[in-house]
Structure formats: structure tokens, C-alpha cells
Design a protein around this ligand. Structure first.
Ligand SMILES: [Mg+2]
Length: 241
């Protein structure tokens, strides 16, 4: 590879890396299906496919996060009922969205200990995408914020975005490691910039977070949890030295 420097900055993704997120969307989607079941003649898979189609269509306009998801649920309900969805059911969908926004932040196992170990050694930041207000509130409620060097909330996690964030903080990509659950958002764009990345998969991945192509084996470490991150970074740093 060549050109790798000592690791100085470690960036952590938020949703499904530090705290649970996707499972709550999955649970909400199940309640959405139950809500619509009396009104539409579609099985689970067909309704999920219709929702995914709407979410994909809305992504460039609405971006990521709960509010975009809620609007996509409403739009799907209108489409699959051919406009017959009742006002009270729309209200019930809005309430599902609000419950997601109000949900307590549940850290993944071992996160506080791992972050604590990292902040003693590296500059540690969060880079997360989604609704600004919701992400700010989750960072604050996580209890992790005060030990962090920086928090960046972005609307997309692609190579140009990472490049901007790194430039703004004067971070050399060769000394930067991104850690997250999404190969598409946390790993591939950072590798493309000459940085390093660690994949920590969550037990469920949103369809629109799947990478367009499978990455080559061995391009980046894959960990079972954040607990293993300090030792992994230690090994990566030793390799570069
Ligand atoms: Mg994530």
C-alpha cells in the first residue's frame, strides 16, 4: 500500500456503530404493515418492496433519517391504498415517526469502554449522517460527546464529503481511520481517499446501505464489535510504522 502514517484521528459512525438504530426502523416498519393490513391486499414482501421504492425515489430530495422515513411511509400508504388511507391512519404513521425520534439512545455493548480507551490515544470524532436535530440530540444523549475531539453531522457520506471534513480539520487521510457498520458509507469512500477503515457490521443492514459491489477480501479489518477496536487500531498502527 505505502504512504500510511501513524494513526492520529479515529472517526466513529453513529447509527448502528455506537447506538442501535436500524432495528428500530425494522420494528416500526412491522407496525406500519400491521396498520395497513386491513386496507390493502399486499403481502409483507410486496409492501416492503413498495416502501423501498418510495425511499429510493425520495433519497436525493429528503436525505436520510427518521423524517424522510416517515414521509416515505405516508407516501407509500397513500399509494398502496390508492388515496383511501384515513386521516387517523396517517396520524398513526406520524406518531410512529415521532416515537422513533423520541426513542432513548441505546449504546451498543462495550461502546463507552471502547471510546474511553480510544480517547486516551487518538483524536476521536463522530461522523454521522441524517436529520441534523435528531443526530445532535442522539450525540448529546449518548453521553459520549464531552470526550470527543469533534462531531460532524453530514447529509451524505461519500468521498467528496469526507474530503471536505478532513480538509476542514486539517487531517491527513493517511493518518485517518473511519470505523462504522456500513461498507457503502463508512468504508469504501474513505479507502478511496487513501484513508483506512474498519468495518463493524450490525446485525441488520438497510437495503439502501448495501454497497453497489462487494469489496475485495482483506482490504479492511472486520470486527465483531467495538470492544475489539483498540487492539485492531494498535495492530494497524504497528503495520504502518
Ligand atoms: Mg451507521
Amino acid at each position: 500500500m505505502g504512504g500510511l502514517a501513524v494513526i492520529e484521528v479515529v472517526a466513529l459512525d453513529g447509527d448502528d456503530t455506537l447506538w442501535h438504530s436500524e432495528q428500530m426502523f425494522v420494528d416500526t416498519q412491522a407496525r406500519f404493515r400491521d396498520l395497513l393490513a386491513p386496507h390493502v391486499d399486499l403481502d409483507h414482501a410486496a409492501l416492503d418492496a413498495r416502501l423501498l421504492e418510495v425511499e429510493r425515489r425520495n433519497l436525493s430530495t429528503l436525505g436520510y433519517g427518521v423524517k424522510a422515513f416517515t414521509l416515505s411511509l405516508i407516501e407509500t400508504a397513500i399509494e398502496v391504498t390508492e388515496g383511501r388511507v384515513l386521516g387517523r391512519d396517517v396520524q398513526a404513521i406520524v406518531d410512529l415517526g415521532k416515537a422513533l425520534l423520541d426513542h432513548p439512545v441505546q449504546l451498543l455493548d462495550g461502546v463507552p469502554e471502547a471510546v474511553d480507551a480510544l480517547t486516551g490515544r487518538y483524536r476521536v470524532m463522530i461522523i454521522t449522517k441524517g436529520d441534523l436535530l435528531h443526530q445532535e440530540s442522539k450525540v448529546a444523549r449518548s453521553g459520549l460527546a464531552e470526550d470527543l475531539w469533534a462531531v460532524e453531522i453530514v447529509s451524505e457520506k461519500d468521498a467528496p464529503t469526507y474530503e471536505r471534513v478532513l480538509r476542514r480539520h486539517r487531517i491527513d487521510p493517511a493518518s485517518f481511520v473511519m470505523v462504522g457498520n456500513s461498507v457503502r458509507s463508512d468504508v469504501l469512500p474513505v479507502l478511496a481517499l487513501g484513508g483506512r477503515a474498519v468495518h463493524v457490521p450490525y446485525h441488520v443492514t438497510w437495503e439502501l446501505e448495501q454497497p453497489d459491489h462487494d469489496p475485495a477480501d482483506g482490504d479492511f479489518p472486520v470486527l465483531a464489535g467495538l470492544t475489539h477496536l483498540p487492539a485492531c487500531l494498535e495492530a494497524m498502527g504497528a503495520e504502518a510504522a
